[in-house]
Design a protein around this ligand. Structure first.
Ligand SMILES: Cc1cc2nc3c(=O)[nH]c(=O)nc-3n(C[C@H](O)[C@H](O)[C@H](O)COP(=O)(O)OP(=O)(O)OC[C@H]3O[C@@H](n4cnc5c(N)ncnc54)[C@H](O)[C@@H]3O)c2cc1C
Length: 489
């Protein structure tokens, strides 16, 4: 049986087949048996060449997902010259291009918003009709009525209303670029970083390829927010990964998500509630006809449906043949689901394919070896780190809010580089929530502030005065709970 994000059962969400909330250990559909790619057997020799320097900057941010956007804005606000390089045509990463438009919890079990700073700022910029989430006065509520209402919209978890809205990805793309422009960060889209410029154990910049060819960017400090630790890995930094491991760990799951329009969500919910047996039968039939059935979620509007699966296991987010196979398989399942839902699901008769995600959904590939690894034992024991850079909600009310240490964004074996986002230094259990979008905003913002302080003072990131970092984070609106941080502010 699938388990919910923090170990609860899907039934706790009132739906036997509900696996929508990002799960820690959940069922995926395993890749069919086929010969595994054994890698290239031959090589060719490429002649050495001179690579033009495109520009020199203080802080180079690689990857414009949630972490990268937060990092670029935060660094620029400290006066650093900032360049953000993104391979696709938009900002937001998986939160926009991946159609992961459900921004998971920023509030704790009492309903206090504890992931703040960039998270608050960017969401406040979106127009009211581009954000669908519980009103603040309901956060933390355990009242049955709001819980029942928001559970259907993925904004109630373990019977507590949370601040975890659905957003319109186009507005998030738009506002992310506008914010970068406003603060004066330089943005390069359609530029794919392919290598790191390394001098001993120090990173000096990165090389990107685009329609213009191969170019170098030199930087005082680099922030790797690629999600896949591309820059650090290219520089030879060690990392952890369990994608090759066994079992149906969700971290192995990859998929292209999709949205449909033309849905009558109110009709679907009313039918589900009035006919629980028929609802179960529908999913059973889906399992029989399609092999499994993905749960639909309502998007930021009642006529938009979101499918964050199909979770496919056994594929690597780093292998191009696997990525291709996942794109093809996901879209096959999307059209099969459309036909099934149109035929059988009340409220879906007029559904149509709105979009399959431009960006393939990868939950995990590489994780940094940092100066501190966030681990389950620590947060189960409510450890508060002196070098706290933010606070994450805990997966269950059994645990206190979770202190996020600076060390999880500082590489152990590379200098002049910081990381933010889903590849920060964690164990697998901690990655399961530290990869969520608000937590990526949190670590991205901290990486940006640290990078600017480091570049401005010619101090290596690992040698930074953590009190100064915390002071600046609080000045930028980040919630911290450590005594040191309070004293510094
Ligand atoms: C299907 C799915 C469902 C999920 N569900 C939820 C959910 O419901 N709620 C939630 O909060 N989180 C969810 N997550 C997790 C969350 O979406 C991601 O972990 C989060 O977006 C990671 O942010 P990031 O900035 O670290 O990386 P990403 O969002 O992956 O952004 C990385 C950016 O870097 C760019 N990039 C990568 N490599 C390069 C390169 N070499 N050169 C230039 N640019 C590069 C990418 O194009 C991308 O824009 C889900 C993830 C998936 C895949």
């Amino acid at each position: 049986m699938a388990t919910s994000e923090s170990g609860g059962t899907p039934e706790q969400h009132g739906d036997q087949y509900h696996t929508g909330r990002e799960s820690w250990f959940t069922e995926g559909t395993e890749r069919p048996d086929e010969p595994q790619d054994s890698g290239p057997q031959r090589t060719i020799h490429e002649p050495a060449r001179e690579t033009p320097v495109y520009e020199e900057t203080d802080v180079l941010v690689v990857g414009g997902g949630p972490a990268g956007c937060a990092a670029a804005v935060a660094a620029r606000r400290l006066g650093a010259k900032v360049t953000l390089v993104e391979r696709y045509n938009h900002l937001g990463g998986l939160s926009t291009g991946g159609l992961v438009i459900w921004i998971d919890r920023m509030s704790d079990w009492e309903g206090r918003q504890i992931i703040t700073g960039f998270a608050s700022e960017i969401l406040e910029r979106l127009p009211a009709d581009a954000v669908a989430g519980a009103p603040q006065e309901q956060w933390g509520s355990r009242e049955p009525e709001p819980v029942a209402h928001w559970r259907e919209r993925l904004s109630a978890f373990r019977d507590v209303v949370t601040w975890s809205p659905m957003i319109d990805p186009e507005w998030l793309k738009y506002e992310s670029v506008e914010l970068l422009e406003e603060v004066g960060a330089r943005l390069l889209l359609h530029a794919w970083v392919v290598d790191a410029i390394v001098d001993g154990r120090e990173l000096r910049g990165a090389i990107f390829e685009s329609k213009e060819g191969r170019r170098a960017i030199l930087a005082k400090v680099v922030v790797d927010t690629t999600g896949d630790l591309d820059v650090c890995a290219a520089a030879g930094a060690p990392y952890e990964s369990d994608v090759e491991g066994q079992g149906a760990n969700v971290q192995h799951c990859v998929n292209t998500a999709w949205t449909w329009a033309g849905i009558d969500f109110a009709k679907w919910v009313a039918w589900k509630r009035a006919n629980p047996e028929e609802h179960r039968a529908l999913f059973k039939r889906g399992h029989e006809e399609l092999g499994y059935l993905e749960t639909p979620h309502v998007g930021w509007r009642d006529d938009v449906g979101l499918f964050m699966g199909p979770r496919l296991t056994g594929y690597s987010g780093l292998k191009v043949a696997d990525l291709t196979a996942v794109e093809i398989e996901s879209r096959r399942r999307m059209t099969a689901h459309l036909e099934f839902f149109r035929r059988h699901a009340p409220g879906f008769q007029d559904a149509w394919l709105m979009l399959s995600a431009p960006q393939l959904g990868v939950r995990h590939t590489r994780r940094l070896i940092g100066t501190h690894k966030m681990a389950m034992e620590e947060w189960r024991e409510a450890v508060r780190h002196d070098d706290e850079i933010g606070v994450s909600p805990s997966p269950s009310a059994k645990f206190a809010n979770i202190s996020v240490p600076y060390g999880c964004i500082v590489p152990a074996e590379l200098d002049n580089v910081l990381v933010g986002g889903r590849h920060v230094a964690t164990d697998p259990q901690t990655q399961a929530f530290m990869r969520e979008i608000p937590q990526c905003w949190l670590t991205g913002q901290a990486a940006g502030v640290a990078a600017a302080l480091s570049a401005g003072s010619a101090t290596a990131p690992r040698a930074l005065d953590v009190r100064e970092l915390q002071h600046e984070l609080r000045r930028q609106g980040v919630y911290l709970q450590t005594a040191g941080a309070r004293a510094a502010a």
